[in-house]
Design a protein around this ligand. Structure first.
Ligand code: SF4
Ligand code: FE
Length: 483
């Protein structure tokens, strides 16, 4: 099948029999749920943009399995150029949705599992690489969205998986059968799980021999028997139920996360990509995290572009666009945003070939990229709020703007620069509110901190990859130190 259109994707999700809960109720039709629909629209955008000839070079690639044109979100990277295009595609998608478009986790898991399964097979003579290639080719054929799932609930963070009082705190194999395995556990904060046709599971930390049962990677359809998804709340989520598109700020697009429970789920043998080879768990984590840390140098930058644009408009609508401190704040926002992009591009351009033949980013630079992402979007958001003014959080609702009694007062006293409609002023303020404090703040702020690993995880990688001994030798040589 050729690539799906956005509409075909929506229909394919409608055909899924997902078990989704939200606000204590089973959601029979997540596709048309007013709280969930904007998140589906964000994924739909990755299909629509791929159909647009203008974006063909960024949004599509050539399948290494069939030679056919595929969506780049399903591509196995073949060069540093592919890695650069990936980041540019993510910036584009961030610009078009101002939200998390969710499909990157699958792309990052694809490339991490591809190279790792190859190396496991090389050591043990297993057939994980063949299994994975078959799965990846199938997803490309169907043009699926895949949820790459890594984060376990983790229970007591000070204890290894096997040492947890409740053994299900990390997802594990509970039964081995002739034809496959049965798994139990959960994956937390799963971006886009409800908008994906398949879920690709990976372990979340390095493991030792006692964690053997937890060292497991596999893929199953998201509506497999035994899988339950519980939607995570987002700040201001129920505004979407109020019927005012203006008050939502970004009514069209959004992101979504869920707690995904695996209650004794059967996985057939040909869908298993790691099963007990615990010493490869760390490699898989490092590679997936590396790719996803690169991803943030694209997606967050695209969302940042929208926030910077909104801030510049807010300044204009307030009548202060010419004030030198406003201009300087906008320059600072651009500087910070482009610095993030520099890191995303740099770790891609410095990418190298793995044993399997696909391309990995430069790990040190990808971790520096994500470490910056844990900081700069916060500063960009602070500056956006500074420019917008307090009105961003105190503006009356759309109902009051249109109200018979109140409309005239809102129109009179919410006025800004001459010629700017009050409605447009409120629209931009609501968008800034959405990005900094509302539903999109999950993706732009807290996810910038914790997504793809919390700040300390990057610092550990930076200390490992930073090569201090080499730097000390450089200093000794210049200073003519003789020891
Ligand atoms: Fe993609 Fe960014 Fe969302 Fe991760 S946070 S899935 S990289 S849009
Ligand atoms: Fe993420």
């Amino acid at each position: 099948m050729a690539m799906m259109t956005g509409e075909q994707y929506v229909e394919s999700m409608r055909a899924m029999k997902l078990k989704v809960y939200m606000f204590g109720k089973k959601i029979e039709n997540p596709v048309d749920d007013p709280i969930l629909r904007p998140s589906l629209n964000s994924v739909k955008a990755t299909y629509d943009l791929a159909q647009n000839p203008e974006y063909e070079d960024l949004m599509t690639a050539t399948s290494i399995f069939t030679g056919e044109k595929i969506n780049r979100f399903l591509h196995i990277h073949q060069s540093p150029e592919d890695l650069v295009k990936k980041v540019k595609m993510q910036r584009l998608c961030g610009q078009q949705t101002a939200a998390c478009f969710q499909r990157c986790v699958g792309m990052d898991a694809f490339n991490a599992v591809y190279s790792t399964s190859y190396e496991i097979d090389k050591k043990y003579g297993t057939s994980y690489f063949e299994n994975f290639k078959k799965f990846a080719a199938y997803c490309q054929e169907k043009d699926f969205t895949v949820d790459g799932a890594m984060t376990d609930p983790k229970g007591d963070r000070g204890l290894a998986p096997h040492a947890q009082p409740d053994p299900d705190m990390y997802l594990r194999v509970v039964e081995k059968r002739e034809d496959g395995i049965v798994v139990r556990g959960a994956k937390a904060h799963q971006t886009g799980a409800i908008n994906s046709q398949e879920i690709l599971i990976m372990p979340t930390i390095s493991m030792g021999p006692e964690d053997k049962d937890y060292a497991v990677a596999f893929a199953v359809p998201t509506d497999t028997e035994g899988i339950t998804m519980i939607i995570g709340r987002q700040s201001c989520d129920t505004r979407k139920l109020e019927g005012s598109e203006l008050d939502v700020g970004n009514s069209e697009f959004g992101g979504v996360e869920a707690l995904v429970i695996f209650d004794d789920v059967f996985v057939p043998n040909d869908r298993i990509f790691l099963n007990g080879e615990y010493e490869f768990a760390g490699m898989l984590v490092e590679r997936f995290a590396g790719y996803h840390r690169q991803s943030y140098g694209g997606c967050k930058v695209g969302v940042g572009d929208v926030l910077i644009g909104a801030s510049a408009l807010a300044a204009e609508y307030n009548g202060v666009a010419k004030a030198s401190h406003i201009k300087d704040k906008l320059i600072e926002m651009i500087h910070l945003n482009e610095t993030l992009y520099c890191c995303g591009i740099a770790c891609s351009a410095e990418g190298s070939e793995t044993e399997s033949g696909n391309y990995m980013i430069d790990l040190l630079l990808a971790n520096v990229c994500k470490q910056n992402v844990t900081r700069f979007p916060y500063e960009i958001a602070r500056l956006a709020e500074d420019i917008a003014g307090g009105i961003m959080v105190t503006a009356p609702s759309e109902a009051d703007l249109r109200g018979e009694e109140t409309g005239k007062w809102v129109e009179k006293y919410m006025v800004g620069a001459a010629g700017v409609s009050v409605e447009n002023r409120i629209r931009i303020l609501r968008l800034i509110e959405n990005l900094c404090l509302g539903t999109a703040a999950v993706g732009y702020r807290t996810e910038s901190l914790h997504g793809a690993g919390s700040p300390q995880a990057q610092r550990i990688m930076i200390s490992r990859q930073g090569n201090l001994p080499m730097k000390k030798e450089l200093a000794k040589k210049i200073a003519k130190v003789k020891e």
